[in-house]
Ligand binder design. Sequence first.
Ligand SMILES: Nc1ncnc2c1ncn2[C@@H]1O[C@H](COP(=O)(O)OP(=O)(O)OP(=O)(O)O)[C@@H](O)[C@H]1O
Length: 263
Amino acid sequence: MRTIVVDAVSLRYPDRDTAAVDQVSLTIEAGQTVAFVGENGSGKSTLATMIATLRTPTGGTIRYNGRPTDDWDTDALRARIAVVTQEYHKWPFTAATNIAIGDLDVGCEQDRIEAAAARAVAHNMINELPHGYDTLLDRTFAGGQDLSGGQWQRITAARGFLRDADLLIMDEPSSALDPRAEDALFQAIRDRQGHGITILITHRLANVRHADRIYVLHRGRLVEAGTHDDLLAGGGRYAELFTLQAAGYATPVSLPRQTATLG
Ligand SMILES: Nc1ncnc2c1ncn2[C@@H]1O[C@H](COP(=O)(O)OP(=O)(O)OP(=O)(O)O)[C@@H](O)[C@H]1O
């Protein structure tokens, strides 16, 4: 994929008075990692799902390599796109099948599944399950096992890496991950930089510093765009949100002087 052009794209949900995404224009070049940031409800996921061809804009056009999405064979286009969201499905199949679920029609070798799991910090965790990759991830079956939220999120991220897609969209991929897993996942996302296009949506702004371009959305509109350094220097909304979050981490932790008495 050489370019994705988003040209004055809008989307208004049928039951809403205002547009969730309002006349947004941006261009993503081959190999770029870009981030969509902004407060809750600012339109990040809606914009990403339109770019992933999962929703149709109510205004404007999206072009892949210069051709509007309508001119593409939808299945062929979607086969080049992988989307990881917070709302994942838990399939009552093995760990391996849960990772390969979107690509079963093309067949997946075990080593590819394991490589994707490793990038998603899931490989060791799966190996520790009673039957490794063959463990059934559903407790209602004999020998089956459920996973924690963070473990499921790793399986979901592995689904995204498996396809080695031209475009990978990661929408809050780390909300349930522990700090070590989160750091490793974002390193794997950074490793794509210069190869495929990655769109990253996250509220943890420390993780978007390396993005080639950061797009800031507010009430559906694109209000700022630039690198982390550009946006910090600009002193706008991104700088405000980043500084607010960084201050939370910089504050020294003061332990309470007295231990609360239980009972
Ligand atoms: N299926 C839907 N039907 C109606 N309105 C929706 C739907 N999905 C989202 N919205 C509305 O569209 C707006 C943008 O939502 P969206 O999920 O794109 O924001 P977001 O920036 O991704 O938010 P968050 O940070 O909370 O994930 C919000 O006002 C939301 O309430």
